[in-house]
Design a protein around this ligand. Structure first.
Ligand code: TC6
Length: 704
């Protein structure tokens, strides 16, 4: 490196420095998101040491190359032995540096990236930068001084909002609360140079954040504690975030000590491992065998069926900017579908997703509604969401075969039916795929992409592309009754039903499971989804149900008396005042059924309920995996995290299985089998895992 020449010098693979007269520039280049890996931390330390030791350098400009400044600590290093220098030490080192450091923020400056920026002496963001401390979403807290420096710059209230919500804010808001000093347009290097000269000229003040004092705000602290007690009682790290921010009114070293102590407690919590697993699950699912196939062009989406599902899918497609052609069998069905879409879009306006003008232009400019399939001839992808009946679906697909343009993807939204049979009713099975949405389809994030025997790789890639465009998480599934999610759910729902018959009331089961962290219990879910939905499937399966299988018919009997759940105001619960109350009719059916079976009803502890339910889920999931229906355990985790309300902090059923351990799962299943040897059978895979000591995570590692 030579002063004034502007030559670049590489400290290591990811950090370089250059000098421009009195300005030293440090560039971080660690794609894809400049995560603060060990190489970044050690390189940055050396670069600052080098420039600070150079008497001609009077100011240092720090910036990132590529799409973002540092988007956080390197999450892949969590849980591994820490390597010096630690991020907190690096941040303190930056703050202590005698030469002022100006930091340029761009892209998504998050977590440890923002903590680096807050340790510098002045900050400029590029327009459009998102700034945040999302550590709480990973079960930790901003442990590199973020809980101490953010309140010093922005005050306790703003720091609480930023750190406890974990939600990034736009640069303008960060400027408003003094987290940054200026917004300037340009490329990061040029802004770093310009900003450095502004510091030199005294136009941009610089200071040590740690030397500032925090005004205590006990009202904001206790309001946040109350809020968290009500909204997130089961989570660990949000509460520790508040404790750490409260400590920021102490001297900096004392506050940092508190932060370290609380950070370590978060790191040791199993919630941290679960939440980080969920983070990677969201991304791992896109790594499919067909990922190198070229997706087909997608502009116009056809939707067959204006029921709840079809209208939800059409809404999702409209919100993502597609032109949508909705078709129904008759005018009545069509106007009901259009009405539901209009209501869904109104909901999107209320949630702040779109403006009222957008809503109107989507309805009038992007939605075409018609009777009959003919208008679908121009659609690039057609999703059938008609009645769940094989004959109905086959008739639709065979008609579509004659109408859809060559290369159009023909998708079915079936939840259970055999897509190979549906594909066989066309002359182009390579174009047929399952796109299984979850209700409400414009809100739920999960979409199963179901790959039939002859589905072509580019059709699969197109399904994944559609999911991405819709902002959904797609998981690849093979064909079986119920695919990944509903197949496993059908199985574990029986475990709940057997506990109900044996003595636990629906409300107790729901309470135990929501206490474990599920968004809803199985009977709340059943009422919401509509008992009539599974009634149809139950009747379909009745003929093939083996005689050894126990069957609980309370839900069917509720349907027989017209109680379909929330949609009729009565199901397992009564919703007369908007809140669920146990339905005496359901309880009397249950008592009758216990009587017929000669059961008195025995007590179940909440722990027993949770253990049986979760074990049943893992049991069937192990079979789904072994049969190759799911690619990897982490795909099953994603299905349950994003489609079935599995508690995110527990990382999903397969991650949970690893926490419990295969030997304990086998022991549990064998114990339960003493009561019901037909239902509780140890799957082959769990036996193997218990014997060879392997885990589901080992299988993820092998596959990814
Ligand atoms: C922290 O900072 C704690 C500090 C205290 C320490 C004491 N590390 O999401 P994308 C990977 S905690 C490692 O698809 P996007 C990601 O896995 C951290 N890897 O892109 C993916 O890899 P793949 C606080 C990371 O443009 C690739 O980058 N920070 C990290 O849709 C692309 O990611 C956060 O929580 C990371 N920190 O979104 C931010 N981040 O291609 C987490 C990403 O092999 N990150 N990767 O699958 C995000 O929110 C988003 O990635 C994004 C970019 C908004 C930065």
């Amino acid at each position: 490196m030579q002063d004034g020449t502007g030559t670049e010098h590489h400290i290591n693979d990811v950090i370089s420095v250059e000098t421009q007269g009195p300005v030293g520039l440090i560039c971080i280049n660690n794609p894809p998101v400049n995560a603060a890996s060990h190489a970044v931390r050690s390189g940055l330390w050396q670069a600052v040491e080098l420039l600070a030791g150079n008497k001609t350098i009077r100011v240092i400009g720090l910036y990132g190359h590529g799409r973002t400044f540092v988007a956080g600590a390197d999450i892949r290093e969590f849980g591994k032995p820490p390597q010096d220098p630690w991020l907190p030490d690096l941040c303190n080192f930056l703050e202590e540096c005698e030469t002022p450091i100006l930091c340029v923020l761009h892209g998504t400056t998050l977590g440890g990236g923002l903590e680096i920026a807050l340790s510098c002496h002045a900050r400029i963001a590029l327009p459009g930068t998102k700034i945040g401390l999302p550590e709480v979403t990973l079960g930790i807290l901003p442990g590199a001084g973020g809980t101490q420096r953010a309140p010093r710059l922005a005050g306790v209230k703003a720091a609480l909002d930023l750190i406890v919500s974990g939600k990034p804010i736009p640069a303008e808001e960060a400027l408003g609360c003094h987290l940054i000093d200026r917004i300037l347009d340009g490329d990061p290097r040029q802004v770093a140079l310009q900003g450095a000269y502004a510091v030199l000229a005294g136009d941009l003040p610089h200071k040590r954040t740690g030397s500032l004092k925090v005004t205590p705000d006990p009202a904001a602290i206790s309001a946040m504690r109350e809020h968290l007690k009500k909204t997130q009682p089961l989570l660990f790290s949000p509460h520790r975030c508040v404790d750490a921010i409260e400590a920021s009114t102490s001297e900096m070293t004392e506050g940092l000590g508190q932060e370290r102590h609380l950070f370590n407690a978060c790191m040791e919590s199993p919630q941290r491992a679960g939440l980080i697993h969920a983070f990677f699950a969201e991304r791992a699912v896109s790594k499919i065998p067909e990922r190198h196939a070229l997706p087909r062009p997608l502009e116009t989406i056809g939707v067959i069926g204006g029921g709840t599902m079809g209208s939800g899918i059409a809404t999702a497609a409209l919100l993502a900017g597609f032109s949508v052609s909705l078709t129904e069998r008759d005018e009545t069905g069509l106007s009901r579908g259009v009405e539901t879409i209009a209501q869904n879009l109104e909901g999107a306006v209320k949630r702040g997703k779109i403006s009222d003008t957008d809503r109107q232009s989507l309805l009038s400019g992007k939605l075409m509604a018609s009777v009959g399939l003919e208008p679908l001839k121009t659609s690039d992808l057609i999703i059938e969401a008609a009645f769940e009946d094989m004959a109905v679906k086959q008739a639709i697909f065979s008609e579509l075969d004659g109408i859809a343009k060559p290369g159009a993807i023909l998708a079915t939204n079936t939840s259970y039916l055999d897509i190979n049979k549906i594909a066989a009713s066309t002359s182009r099975p390579g174009d047929v795929i399952g796109l299984h949405f979850f209700s409400p389809a414009h809100i739920m994030r999960l979409m199963e992409v179901v790959v039939a025997q002859e589905t072509s790789p580019d059709a699969v890639a197109t399904g994944f592309k559609l999911a991405k465009n819709l902002g959904k998480i797609a998981v690849r599934s093979g064909v079986c009754d119920g695919f990944i999610g509903n197949r496993i759910m059908t199985f574990y729902k029986k475990a709940a039903d057997y506990m109900m018959l044996d003595g636990a009331d629906p409300a107790q089961i729901d309470k135990a499971l929501t206490g474990y962290g599920f968004a809803m219990g199985p009977y709340q879910v059943a009422d919401l989804a509509g008992l009539d939905i599974s009634w149809a499937a139950n009747r379909r399966r009745a003929a093939t149900r083996p005689p050894e299988e126990r069957y609980v018919s309370v839900a069917d009997r509720l349907c027989e008396v017209g109680m379909f759940g929330r949609k009729t105001g009565k199901g397992f619960y009564i919703y007369n005042d908007g809140h669920p109350h146990p339905n005496p009719v359901a309880l009397s059916f249950l008592a009758e059924e216990r009587g017929v079976a000669g059961l008195k009803g025995r007590p179940f502890s909440d722990e027993d309920i949770v253990n049986r339910f979760v074990t049943a889920m893992i049991l069937e999931a192990a079979r789904v995996l072994d049969e190759g229906i799911a690619l990897r355990p982490i795909d099953i985790d994603a299905v349950f995290l994003f489609g079935y309300g599995f508690p995110r902090f527990r990382g999903g059923p397969m991650h949970t299985a690893d926490q419990i351990g295969a030997p304990e799962l086998v022991r549990r299943i064998e114990t339960y089998a003493l009561e019901d040897p037909y239902y509780w059978q140890v799957p082959k895979l769990l036996h193997v895992m218990a014997e060879n000591g392997s885990s589901f995570e080992d299988r993820n590692r092998e596959a990814l």
